[in-house]
Design a protein around this ligand. Structure first.
Ligand code: GCW
Length: 689
C-alpha cells in the first residue's frame, strides 16, 4: 500500500522464524465459524488475512461442523456448537456480554489440536479473534492458551468531531475520512479501515459528526442522508460498532418547520419521535443521539426555561421504543463571563448544573462528563461530578485528540493521564469509589455506563499526524477495555504491534512515550495552571491569551502571586464539591498536591511547595528541564535509525525536532513572563530574557 502506516497496529509483518510460522500454520490450518453472523464472518476473514500476511499461508474458511483437521473455531457460547459449548460452556458465567474465552485444545494422540475462540456474543468472538492475532503479531506461542476476557465498560465509544465540509474541529491529522465538500465521501474504504482499527481494540460505538452540529449536519437525521447512513452503519456493524449521531437541539426549528424546540411541546416531541422512527426503519440497531446543548452557543432547553432533564428526556422518549440511547454532555458553563467577576468559577459549572437533576433522567439517558472540570487541560483535578451523581447513568469523556497537549506536533502519551483519572478514588460511597467504577456503572449499579473519547484521526497517511499519537488511540481502546492494564504494558504492546518486537526499539520508544506527558507538562503548564495558549487555535505559548477573555479561564498572575482561589473559605468554594478527604486535601495549600496547587490556590511566588521549592523556582526549573528533556527525546529517537521503518522514522524525527524548538519557545516565554511579573531572579542564574 502506498500510504505509510495506514495499518497502524494491524501491521502484519512476515513471521521471521520458520518454526514459528509452521506452528501458526498448523494451529490455524483452517478457520471455522460456528454460526452465521456478519461479525463472525468478519472475525474469520480478519484471521485469514492476518495469517496470509504473517505466514504466507491462507487458511481455508469452513463451517465448524466441516472442520476435520486442526484449526480455529470461532463462535458464540450457547450457539449450539458442540465443540465450543462442550469445552467452554462452563465458563459462560465468567464473562460478560462482550467477553470471550480462548482455549487451545490439544488433540488426543494422532489428532490435531484446535483453538477455540468463544464469545458470549459475536462481538466477543471478534474481540477474541483480534486477541489471537495480537499474540501472533507479538510472536507468542499458541499452545496451552486459556484466556478469559471481559470488558470493564459497556459503552466503549469514539466521538468524531468531523464536519461535513471535511474539516475536523480540533483535528490535527488532516481532513475527515467521512466527509468532503458538504457530503459523505464516495469511497468509504478508509471508514472500513478505521472500523477495523477500532474494533481490534474493542470499541463498540461511534458518533460520526461533530457535537457542534452545523447547518448541513443538522439534516443527518433526515431521510436525505438515509442511503449513505445505511452504508456506513453496515460497515460499522460488521465490526461490531454501533452508529450514533450528534444532533442539533434546535432541529425542529432548523429543519422541521416548527416555531419552537421546547422539549415539553407536544409537536416538538412528535417531531423527534418521527425522526427516530425514520432512523430505526433504516438502521434497526442505530445507537442513538449525542447532544451538546446550552453549551458554547449551542441551542438547548434553557431557551424555553426548561432544564437539561426535560431536554434529554424528550429525546429519550423518542428513542426508547427502539432501544436507543441519549448521550447528553455535561460541558455546560457560562462562556460569556466577565473576567472582572471573581465569584463565578467555570470549574464549578457542571456540578452546579447537573447534581440537582440527579434521579430525574430517563433510564436511557447517559450523562457524558469530561474528565476534568475545565476542558482537557494538561493537568486538571478529576471532575467532582464523578461522585456527585448516584441515580444517573454516566460516561466519562476523554480527549484523544491533543487539543491542549501539543496538537500532535508534540509527543504526549495520554494513557498515564487517563489512568490517573480512572484510578481516582472519589470516596463518594466510601473508600474505593473510583471513577472507573462510577463510569462503568458498577458503583451504583446503573444499567448503562462506559467511556467516550474524542478521536485523534484524520485522512492523514498515518491516521494521526504524529505516528506516535497512534499509541493514544490504541491505548484508549485497551485501557477502557481493562482499566487495570498499566500504561507501560499498553505502550509496550503498541510498540511491538506497530513497530518492532526488537527489545531495543521497545525500550527506547517506551521511554519516550512514558516520559512524554510529564515533559509536556513541565514546559507548558506549571502546578495546575492551564490555558496559557492562544485563543481559538489553542496552541501556545500565550500566557495571557485567555486572561482577559469571557471564557472563565484565568490564572490571575500579578506581581505578587498566581493561581485561582477555589477554597471554601476565601475562594469560589469549588473545593467543597469533593467528598472528604479530597475536599480538605485540596482546600489547604499545605496538603494540596503540588501539581494542582495553582488550580486551587492563589499563592505568592515565594510560597514553598511540598517539594521544598518556591513556586517561582519551580516554574524556572521545570521549564529549563522540560525544554532539555524535549530535546533529549529527539536524540533517543535518532538512536533508532535503521530499526524502524524509514518513513515513520523520518516523520517522527521531524516532529520531535519541531517539538524541541517549540519547547524552547515555551520555556523562554513562560520564564520571561514570570520573571518580569515577579521581579525574582532565577536561583541558578540561567538566561531569562
Ligand atoms: O474545549 C472545547 C473545544 C471546542 C469543543 C468543546 C466541546 C466541540 O475547544 O472545540 O467543541 O470543547 O467539548 O464541546
Amino acid at each position: 500500500r502506498a500510504r505509510i502506516g495506514s495499518e497502524a497496529w494491524l501491521r502484519y509483518e512476515t513471521v521471521e522464524s520458520e518454526a514459528l510460522r509452521e506452528e501458526y500454520r498448523n494451529a490455524c490450518a483452517a478457520v471455522a465459524i460456528a454460526g452465521e453472523t456478519k461479525v463472525l464472518r468478519t472475525a474469520a476473514t480478519e484471521l485469514k488475512e492476518a495469517m496470509r500476511a504473517m505466514t504466507g499461508y491462507s487458511p481455508e474458511l469452513v463451517a465448524a461442523r466441516d472442520l476435520e483437521a486442526s484449526g480455529v473455531i470461532i463462535g458464540v457460547l450457547g450457539g449450539g456448537d458442540a465443540a465450543i459449548d462442550g469445552a467452554i460452556g462452563g465458563e459462560a458465567d465468567a464473562i460478560g456480554d462482550e467477553g470471550y474465552v480462548i482455549r487451545s485444545m490439544r488433540g488426543s494422540a494422532g489428532e490435531s489440536g484446535r483453538i477455540l475462540i468463544a464469545g458470549k456474543s459475536d462481538r466477543g468472538a471478534l474481540y477474541g479473534t483480534f486477541h489471537l492475532i495480537r499474540l501472533m503479531q507479538q510472536r507468542e506461542p499458541l499452545g496451552g492458551l486459556h484466556i478469559v476476557e471481559t470488558p470493564a465498560n459497556g459503552l466503549r465509544m469514539i466521538n468524531q468531531w468531523d464536519n461535513m465540509d471535511g474539516s475536523i474541529e480540533r483535528g490535527y491529522a488532516g481532513k475527515s475520512i467521512f466527509y468532503r465538500d458538504g457530503r459523505f465521501v464516495e469511497d468509504l474504504t478508509r471508514v472500513r479501515e478505521y472500523a477495523r482499527l477500532l474494533s481490534s481494540v474493542g470499541i463498540n460505538a461511534i458518533s460520526i459528526n461533530n457535537v457542534n452540529v452545523h447547518r448541513e449536519e443538522t439534516k443527518l437525521i433526515t431521510t436525505a442522508y438515509e442511503e449513505t447512513l445505511v452504508k456506513v452503519a453496515d460497515i460499522l456493524r460488521a465490526y461490531g460498532i454501533g452508529l450514533f449521531l450528534s444532533i442539533n437541539f434546535a432541529s425542529p426549528i432548523a429543519i422541521g418547520g416548527l416555531s419552537t424546540a421546547d422539549p415539553l411541546d407536544p409537536a416538538v416531541r412528535g417531531w423527534w419521535a418521527e425522526r427516530a422512527s425514520d432512523l430505526y426503519r433504516a438502521i434497526p440497531d442505530f445507537g442513538g443521539f449525542l447532544v451538546k446543548a446550552d453549551s458554547e452557543f449551542r441551542p438547548g432547553p434553557f431557551t424555553y426555561g426548561r432544564n437539561h432533564a426535560d431536554g434529554a428526556n424528550m429525546l429519550a422518549e423518542a428513542l426508547a421504543p427502539h432501544g436507543g440511547l441519549v448521550i447528553w454532555r455535561c460541558f455546560v458553563y457560562n462562556c460569556l463571563q466577565d473576567w472582572r467577576d471573581r465569584s463565578t468559577d467555570r470549574a464549578r459549572a457542571a456540578y452546579d448544573h447537573f447534581t440537582p437533576l440527579d434521579g430525574q433522567f430517563a433510564d436511557n439517558v447517559i450523562l457524558q462528563i469530561k474528565n476534568g472540570p475545565m476542558d482537557f487541560q494538561v493537568r486538571e483535578p478529576v471532575s467532582p461530578l464523578f461522585g456527585g451523581l448516584r441515580e444517573t447513568n454516566q460516561v466519562l469523556e476523554l480527549q484523544i485528540t491533543q487539543e491542549y497537549t501539543g496538537q500532535q506536533k508534540h509527543v504526549c502519551y495520554l494513557v498515564p493521564q487517563w489512568k490517573e483519572v480512572l484510578d481516582f478514588d472519589t470516596h463518594a460511597a466510601g473508600e474505593g469509589t473510583t471513577v472507573a467504577k462510577i463510569a462503568n456503572g458498577g458503583a451504583w449499579n446503573r444499567p448503562y455506563g462506559g467511556i467516550a473519547a474524542v478521536s485523534n484521526i484524520g485522512d492523514d497517511a498515518c491516521w494521526t499526524g504524529h505516528p506516535l499519537a497512534q499509541a493514544n488511540l490504541y491505548g484508549y481502546g485497551r485501557l477502557i477495555w481493562n482499566p487495570s492494564l498499566t500504561a507501560e504494558g499498553i505502550a509496550s504492546e503498541w510498540i511491538r504491534l506497530s513497530h518492532s518486537c526488537d527489545p531495543a526499539v521497545e525500550d527506547a520508544v517506551l521511554g519516550i512515550l512514558m516520559n512524554s506527558w510529564g515533559i509536556y507538562e513541565s514546559y507548558t503548564a506549571p502546578l495546575g495552571v492551564g490555558w496559557m495558549v492562544s485563543p481559538n487555535h489553542h496552541y501556545g505559548p500565550n500566557v495571557d491569551g485567555y486572561e482577559y477573555s469571557k471564557w472563565g479561564t484565568y490564572h490571575f498572575a500579578d506581581c505578587r502571586g498566581i493561581g485561582v482561589d477555589r477554597t471554601i473559605g476565601t475562594g469560589t468554594g469549588y473545593a467543597a464539591q469533593y467528598h472528604s478527604p479530597w475536599r480538605e486535601t485540596y482546600d489547604s495549600p499545605e496538603s494540596c498536591p503540588d501539581e494542582l496547587l495553582l488550580f486551587f490556590h492563589h499563592v505568592p511566588y515565594t510560597h514553598v511547595l511540598r517539594s521544598g521549592k518556591t513556586v517561582i523556582q519551580h516554574i524556572y526549573d521545570t521549564h529549563f528541564e522540560g525544554a532539555e528533556a524535549a530535546a533529549a527525546l529527539l536524540d533517543e529517537w535518532l538512536s533508532l535509525r535503521g530499526k524502524i521503518n524509514e518513513e515513520d522514522f523520518e516523520l517522527v524525527a521531524s516532529r520531535l525536532a519541531e517539538q524541541r524548538d517549540h519547547a524552547k519557545e515555551w520555556r523562554d516565554v513562560i520564564n520571561t513572563y514570570f520573571c518580569r511579573k515577579s521581579g525574582i531572579a532565577d536561583g541558578q542564574g540561567r538566561l531569562i530574557y
